[in-house]
Design a protein around this ligand. Sequence first.
Ligand code: FO1
Length: 304
Amino acid sequence: MITVLCGGVGAARLLRVLRHADAATQLNAVVNVGDDLVLHGLTICPDLDTILYTLAGLNNDAAGWGLRDESFRVMDSLETLGGETWFRLGDRDLATHLYRTHRLAAGATKTMVSAELTSSLGVDVALLPVTDDPVSTVFQTAIGPLTFQEYFVRHRHAVAVQRIEVIGAALARPTDAAIGALERARRIVIAPSNPLISIDPLLRVAGVRDVIRRRRDDVVAISPIVNGTALKGPADRLLAELGYDVSCVGVADVYGDLVGTWIIDDADEQHANALRQRGHAVLVTSTVMGTPADDARLAAAVLS
Ligand code: FO1
């Protein structure tokens, strides 16, 4: 059993690579829910849905979110009515939000709904929200507080961030399923998601860091920063804005003493000693996913 701490796109791609490399191992995804939002009265869980769609083979790989072969007729009609369309909800994607919202209104938890959705779409990875309690990532910026999607989508993350808060995290409790997945896994993997806006919000849920720290020797993290840049999204700029080194070493400083082994890219070989001096083991390999050979190499590094 392997448990992966997940944000959105980077985690979804890693899970797809691991699933393809080893069909036998039970894979658990403990997923951030700080991106979640209620819009048009619908509860939307972007990180859970990105992983669900990617593992179901239904995702729009180029966009990094939503479904392939999608249409936006509802959004176009909503635009005509003068409704809110800055957060693009595809016609088929809406079915997921309608289903989840209906089930939550009936008293189901996000954990239960995630299990129903993975079952309906034939996904054999356990999709586990880190908590079923309300948490919300908020960015304190030069133009005032922004919710995650206001920052990421509405303002295209083109605004400087002074601080990141996760409202509700101190009162939130990790689910029993998430704790069980973290305690029973032979290995815990921190996916190459955005360390500050996807993984750290997940770690701030009360009790999660303690569970992971106890398992430090079995915790492996893949750096999302390669050669000073993020493969996707604003992770590199955010690290700089919040005073971290824009490298795998800066990411190691975000996670601190949770990580036993860092897997870094060949391009970052020169940082290996700094990581070892921080008490981490280091494995240098090709960490950029994309070709079958690279995917197999990364999977072998994570699984071995
Ligand atoms: N990202 C965008 O940049 N623009 C969008 O209009 C957008 C809509 C959207 C709808 C559903 C969903 O699950 C994700 C969506 N995303 C969109 C991505 C979203 O911002 C994610 O939170 C990020 O990918 C970070 O995980």
